[in-house]
Structure formats: structure tokens, C-alpha cells
Design a protein. Structure first.
Length: 152
């Protein structure tokens, strides 16, 4: 059975340092927040291969501290983490910088429920359900980056 862990391992091999993929000229600063190290590494490798500069945090508290000292063009965060959840981290971001809140993309290993769907619809953020195809991740991140660059 191919689950998200198996898919992540395959993708890590495909997007490793010797994958031969080219990088675009300009790099965006991306923060990945997930309590699962394999997911952090997978997303980091995929987006680094696309030419982005990627930082990672294993929990919401660490991510919040990182956000105090650095600007990010995109924040990819797990919805459900121990401690400060993705939703709680988002609220902190929203309260301090509405523009930064528009740059958040949620990921979740749990099926979307009415609470998640209501939150996403109200805040107009995107969510990817694990396991998500690598191409879908790249597409959604690209769209998010383009939309945020177009804002004044």
C-alpha cells in the first residue's frame, strides 16, 4: 500500500541533490512548519529544487520566533501540530501582519471537516490534504507566490 510516508520517501529520492533540475533566477523565502521531519525535508527539497530558499520549523512556537526575525514570501504550515497548531499560528500571524497571513498555505493529514473548511473559506487560504502530489504542491505554491507579488 502506498501511503504518504512511502510517497514522501520516493519524492525525496526523486528530488535529491543529484536530480539535475534547474533553478529559476529569483528565489523566494519559504517557511515550512510541520511536526513531521520527513514532510519538512520533502517540501524543502522540492521547493529548493525549484529555486526557493526554504527554512523549516518543527512546531508553531519555533515558527513564530522565526517569523519575528525574517520576512517570508510563503508559509506552508501543518494544520494540526502539538502545542501551537497551524490555526493558532495563523491567528498570531494575522494579528501582527495581515499581508503575511495572505501568504499562508495549510497542509493536513486529516480529512477536511466543517471546522477546517469553514476556516479556509472564511480566510481564503488554500489547504493541501496529505498525501498530495508533488506537482500540486509546486503549482499551489507558484500561484500563491504570484498572487502575493501582484498585490501592492
Amino acid at each position: 500500500m502506498l501511503n504518504w510516508q512511502n510517497q514522501a520517501q520516493v519524492a525525496l529520492q526523486e528530488y535529491g541533490p543529484d536530480s539535475g533540475r534547474t533553478k529559476p533566477v529569483s528565489a523566494n523565502q519559504i517557511l515550512v512548519v510541520d511536526d513531521e521531519p520527513m514532510i519538512q525535508r520533502l517540501i524543502g527539497r522540492v521547493l529548493s529544487t525549484e529555486g526557493h530558499s526554504v527554512d523549516s520549523a518543527g512546531d508553531g512556537e519555533t515558527a513564530w520566533r522565526m517569523l519575528q526575525g525574517k520576512h517570508y514570501d510563503c508559509i506552508i504550515m501543518d494544520w494540526k501540530m502539538p502545542g501551537l497548531t497551524g490555526r493558532e499560528l495563523y491567528r498570531l500571524i494575522e494579528d501582527s501582519d495581515r499581508d503575511m497571513a495572505n501568504k499562508c498555505l495549510f497542509i493536513s493529514g486529516h480529512a477536511a471537516n466543517s471546522e477546517v473548511e469553514g476556516f479556509i473559506t472564511h480566510n481564503r487560504n488554500q489547504i493541501l490534504l496529505k498525501p498530495f502530489p508533488i506537482e500540486q504542491l509546486k503549482t499551489v505554491v507558484g500561484i500563491l507566490l504570484e498572487a502575493n507579488q501582484a498585490r501592492p
